[in-house]
Design a protein around this ligand. Structure first.
Ligand code: GDP
Ligand code: MG
Length: 368
């Protein structure tokens, strides 16, 4: 059996994929970055880096069957979008403007709650934004094996430069294979020089469309609410090319965005449904926790009975606080959910007791 890829293994050990490739080579294995490695190779290579590879038991691995979707069951789903860029270049301002533009009068007094993500409708099409800007959240999620971004908006202030964090954001998006749309922000400022930004991007081999390249970009002012609709149109265009689809007619699967303990309500879990439809009353297995969905709300505080693909929801009923990036599965059997959760908890505790420099390869076999 083959397990993780070279790049996934490198990621878990926080080393460069080239180092893993070199280690494989010394074993006489010529592996490419996306090649899956067998258990023995993983064991030897992790050992060389001072890690102990651990494989979760077959029982836990196979507990959740992988359901291949049939072509005819797939329908278009909204894109999930992350905003990344250098500090103070306008990520929060942009996210706020997009969110507020979508709150219609009379809706809960226009106040939206923070549930880690929100959806807006543009020209009759839905877009879902992750509400934690910056690439830290993006990489944290990816490190847990969850990629919850379809399109990245890279925001750059036109009165500044392409900065180190801009470059980092770009390379993270590129590494994840996520298409980028550039927002050149703060064009209302007297010192704004969008051409300088385009020039600096071109030095990174990023040519925007105006300059004959393939990357869409849009000059905006997040502060003055200028051209944000044009930016969203470009994001939608980018998403259309991806032909994003999901099967809404199955048990929901998705990912945790954040969770917390509320004194009155208990554990609040904010999650993104990726496929299937989540319903009140569903039994959820999530990381080392489980529970029955007792209540479900959207970011406007509306109670929901069900939620389909690419919908952010806040739910009550989980028996603990799972981590951001943890996958969730709806299970048919509550006892089974409980039993898998406690097995995972047991594995986790055992691992916690071991040596300090230690990795768990519990991504292995977690195919959903
Ligand atoms: P973040 O750190 O990337 O989230 O940036 P913020 O959204 O917090 O913005 C940083 C500062 O830039 C704040 O003072 C914003 O008011 C200001 N700002 C953001 N967008 C614009 C803009 O389009 N024009 C101007 N003049 N200021 C902006
Ligand atoms: Mg901010």
């Amino acid at each position: 059996t083959e397990f993780v890829t070279v790049s996934e293994l490198a990621n878990m050990m926080n080393v460069q994929p080239t180092q893993v490739i070199a280690a494989c080579m010394s074993l006489g294995i010529f592996a490419s970055i996306n090649q899956r490695l067998d258990a023995e190779t993983i064991q030897i290579v992790s050992d060389e880096f001072g890690f102990e590879a651990e494989f979760v038991s077959a029982e836990v691995q196979d507990a959740i069957p992988v359901v291949e979707d049939k072509e005819e069951d797939l329908i278009p789903r909204p894109p999930i979008i992350t905003v990344m860029g250098h500090v103070d270049h306008g990520k929060t301002s942009l996210l706020d403007k997009i969110r507020n533009a979508n709150v219609t009068e009379g809706e809960a007094g226009g106040i939206t709650q923070h549930i880690g993500a929100y959806s807006v409708v543009k020209d009759g099409k839905k877009l879902t934004f992750l509400d934690t800007p910056g690439h830290e959240a993006f990489t944290a999620m990816r490190a847990r094996g969850a990629q919850v971004t379809d399109v990245a908006i890279i925001i750059v202030a036109a009165d500044d430069d392409v900065m180190p964090q801009t470059k980092e954001a770009i390379s993270h998006a590129q590494a994840a294979g996520v298409p980028m749309v550039f927002a050149i922000n703060k064009i209302d400022k007297p010192g704004a020089n969008p051409d300088k930004i385009r020039e600096q991007l071109s030095q990174m081999n990023i040519l925007v469309e105006e300059w004959g390249g393939k990357y869409q970009s849009q000059e905006i002012s997040a502060k003055q609410n200028l051209n944000i609709d044009l930016l969203l149109e470009k994001v939608l265009l980018e998403a259309e090319i991806l032909n994003l689809r999901a099967n809404p007619n199955k048990n929901a699967v998705g990912v945790v965005i954040e969770s917390s303990l509320d004194k009155g309500k208990g554990y609040v879990t904010n999650m993104l449904v990726e496929a299937g439809t989540l319903k009140v009353g569903d039994v959820i297995l999530v990381g080392r926790n489980y529970g029955k969905v007792r209540a479900m709300h959207d970011e406007k505080g509306n109670a929901l009975k069900e939620a389909g693909p690419a919908t952010p929801v806040s739910i009550l009923g989980i028996n603990g606080a799972p981590n951001a990036g943890d996958k969730f599965n709806v299970m048919d059997d509550e006892r089974e959910a409980k039993s898998i959760a406690s097995k995972r908890e047991q594995l986790y505790r055992e691992q916690g007791l071991r040596a300090t420099k230690h990795i768990t390869l519990d991504e292995i076999g977690r195919r959903l």
